[in-house]
Design a protein around this ligand. Structure first.
Ligand SMILES: NC(=O)c1ccc[n+]([C@@H]2O[C@H](COP(=O)([O-])OP(=O)(O)OC[C@H]3O[C@@H](n4cnc5c(N)ncnc54)[C@H](O)[C@@H]3O)[C@@H](O)[C@H]2O)c1
Ligand SMILES: O=CCc1c[nH]c2ccc(O)cc12
Length: 467
C-alpha cells in the first residue's frame, strides 16, 4: 500500500509538503518530525523546518489548537474543541478497526459463503478551510482503520495542521506513505481525482467543486463521498424553551465565524414569540466578543481571507437592498489592538424582515449572518424549510415530543437536531441529502464508504457438472 501511494504522488511521503499553489507559504518545504522534547510549534521560514512537539497529550492539544487558530482564524476556545473531536474520531475508528467483520452464509449441501471487508486502496481526501485539522481526521481515521492509504489535500488557505496530523500518525507508528499530505489548490486536486491508482475520493467543499470532483471520479469509476454546502433551516416553535432556542440559534449561526457547512442560517420563528426571540437573540449577538482569536475570552475570530469577508459583507448589503432589516452587526470590525487592525473581522449579524425569495435566505453565505423568518403553522414551515436544493442539516425547538419527531421525519436533511444544534459526536453519522452531497462521515456506517465487500463461496462437495 505504501508503494501504491508513492505511485500516486511521486516524491510524496508522510509529512512531505508539495505545492503547486502560490498561496501556500510552505511551498516546497519538507516538514521534519520534531526531535526536541517539549518543543514549541515553531515554523522557520528560512529553512522551512517545522519542529513540533513532544510532551503530554494535553500539551500537544494546546499546541495544535494554537496552530489551528493561526491556520484558520477561529477562536482558541473552538479550536481546542476541534482538536478534541479529531482525537476522539481517531480513537473511535482505531477501536472499530478490530471489529470489522464479514458474514457467514450457510448454503445447501454443506456449502457456505462468507464475506470479507477489504480496503479500497489509495483514497484521496480533499478538505475545506473551515475545519482543517478535523476534516483531515474525519477522513483519514476511517480510511486507515479500513486498511487504506490516504493522500490528503488541505485547502491552500489552511495548509498547516493536516501536516501536523501526518506527524502524529508517523509518531504513532503509521508506516511511511500511508498518510500523505499534498499541498495545492484546484490543479493539485484535479490531478489527485484523475489519477488512475486512486480508488476513492472523499471531498469536503462547495457544491460547484463537488460536481467537478464527481465528474472526474465518474470517469475513473471511483467511489466518491461528497460533503458539500448547506442552507439549513432551524425551526423554533412557540412552545419551546426560549432560552435554549436562543442559545441554539447562536450555536447554529456563529461558530467558526459562521463558516460552518451545516449552520442553521434560516431561522424560522413562530410569529407569537418573534418579539421575545428577536430581543434576546440580538442582545446575545451584540455581546459576542470579536477579536484576537488567541485570547481565551474571545468568542469570534477572523474570517478566512479578505475576498471572503467582502463576499459576506456583500450579502448583507444585498439583503438590505432587498428589504431585510439589520438588527445588529453585519459590518467590518476593527479591533483596538494595533496588530489586528488589518484582520478580516466582522460583527455577527442578525437580519429580520426576511422573505424566502431573498438572496440571503436562498444562498449559502458562509459567514456570521443569521436570517430570521416568521411562520404560522407546522405544515407551512416544513414546506418552506424543504424549499431548497440543499439538505445538509436542520433543527427544531419544541417541547412537544410528537411534533419534534414528526418534523424531523418530514425535513429533507441528513441531520435533524432536536432542541440543540451543531453538536457532532464522532459516533453519529454526518452527511447530506440533495445537493449537500452523499456518503457519510463519522459513525459505524462510514466503514462502508472506505471498504469493499468480497464474497467467498466455499463448496464442500463435488462440482455439479452440466456438460
Ligand atoms: N458538508 C460538509 O461536511 C462541509 C464541511 C465544510 C465545508 N463545506 C463546504 O465547503 C465550502 C467552503 O469550503 P471551500 O471554499 O474550501 O470549498 P471549495 O470547493 O472552494 O474547495 C474545497 C477543496 O477543493 C479543492 N478544489 C478546488 N477546485 C478543485 C478541483 N477542480 N478539483 C479538486 N479539488 C478542488 C480546494 O483546493 C479545497 O481543498 C462551503 O460550501 C461549505 O459549506 C462542507
Ligand atoms: O462545516 C461543516 C461541519 C463540519 C464540522 N467539522 C467537520 C469535519 C468534516 C466535515 O466533513 C464536516 C465538518
Amino acid at each position: 500500500m505504501a508503494q501504491a501511494i508513492l505511485d500516486v504522488m511521486p516524491g510524496a511521503s508522510t509529512g512531505t509538503v508539495q505545492v503547486s499553489d502560490p498561496l501556500n507559504f510552505w511551498a516546497g518545504k519538507r516538514v521534519e518530525p520534531r526531535q526536541q522534547k517539549n518543543a514549541e510549534p515553531v515554523f522557520e521560514p528560512a529553512t522551512g523546518d517545522c519542529f513540533f512537539l513532544l510532551g503530554s497529550r494535553w500539551e500537544k492539544r494546546e499546541k495544535i489548537a494554537k496552530l489551528e487558530v493561526i491556520n484558520n482564524g477561529k477562536s482558541i476556545t473552538e479550536a481546542l474543541v476541534d482538536i478534541d473531536i479529531a482525537w476522539q474520531c481517531i480513537e473511535y475508528y482505531a477501536g472499530l478497526a478490530g471489529a470489522l467483520a464479514g458474514q457467514h452464509v450457510q448454503l445447501p449441501g454443506g456449502a457456505f459463503a462468507y464475506t470479507r471487508r477489504e480496503p479500497l486502496g489509495v483514497c484521496v481526501g480533499i478538505g475545506a478551510w473551515n475545519y482543517p485539522f478535523q476534516i483531515a481526521a474525519w477522513k483519514s481515521a476511517p480510511a486507515l482503520a479500513c486498511g487504506n492509504a490516504m493522500v490528503f489535500k488541505p485547502s491552500p488557505f489552511t495548509p498547516v495542521t493536516a501536516v501536523i496530523l501526518a506527524e502524529i500518525y508517523k509518531e504513532a507508528g503509521v508506516p511511511d506513505g500511508l498518510f500523505c499530505v499534498v499541498q495545492g489548490g484546484a490543479e493539485t486536486g484535479t490531478i489527485l481525482c484523475q489519477h488512475p491508482k486512486v480508488a476513492k475520493v472523499s471531498f469536503t467543499g462547495s457544491v460547484p467543486t463537488g460536481k467537478k470532483v464527481m465528474e472526474m471520479s465518474a470517469k475513473g469509476v471511483k467511489q466518491v463521498t461528497l460533503e458539500l454546502g448547506g442552507k439549513s433551516p432551524l425551526i423554533i416553535f412557540k412552545d419551546c424553551d426560549l432560552e435554549n432556542a436562543v442559545r441554539g440559534a447562536l450555536m447554529a449561526n456563529f461558530l467558526t465565524q459562521g463558516q460552518v457547512c451545516c449552520n442553521g442560517t434560516r431561522v424560522f420563528v413562530q410569529k407569537d414569540i418573534m418579539p421575545q426571540f428577536l430581543e434576546e437573540v440580538v442582545k446575545r449577538t451584540k455581546a459576542i466578543l470579536v477579536g484576537d482569536p488567541l485570547l481565551d475570552s474571545t468568542r469570534m475570530g477572523a474570517l478566512i481571507n479578505k475576498p471572503h469577508l467582502e463576499k459576506v459583507l456583500g450579502f448583507v448589503s444585498q439583503a438590505k437592498l432587498q428589504g431585510a432589516r439589520v438588527l445588529c452587526g453585519g459590518e467590518r470590525f476593527v479591533p483596538s489592538d494595533p496588530k489586528l487592525v488589518n484582520g478580516y473581522f466582522m460583527s455577527p449579524c442578525v437580519l429580520d424582515n426576511c422573505r424566502d425569495d431573498m438572496t440571503c435566505v436562498k444562498e449559502e453565505i458562509f459567514g456570521p449572518v443569521m436570517s430570521v423568518l416568521p411562520f404560522d403553522t407546522e405544515e407551512e414551515v416544513v414546506q418552506r424549510a424543504n424549499n431548497t436544493t440543499f439538505g445538509l442539516a436542520s433543527g427544531v425547538f419544541t417541547r412537544d415530543i410528537s411534533r419534534a419527531h414528526r418534523v424531523a421525519e418530514n425535513l429533507e436533511a441528513g441531520t435533524c437536531f432536536i432542541n440543540n444544534y451543531n453538536i457532532s459526536p464522532v459516533e453519529v453519522p454526518f452527511g447530506g441529502y440533495k445537493m449537500s452531497g452523499f456518503g457519510r462521515e463519522n459513525g459505524q456506517v462510514t466503514i462502508e464508504y472506505y471498504s469493499q465487500l468480497k464474497t467467498v463461496v466455499v463448496e464442500m462437495g463435488d462440482v455439479d457438472n452440466y456438460f
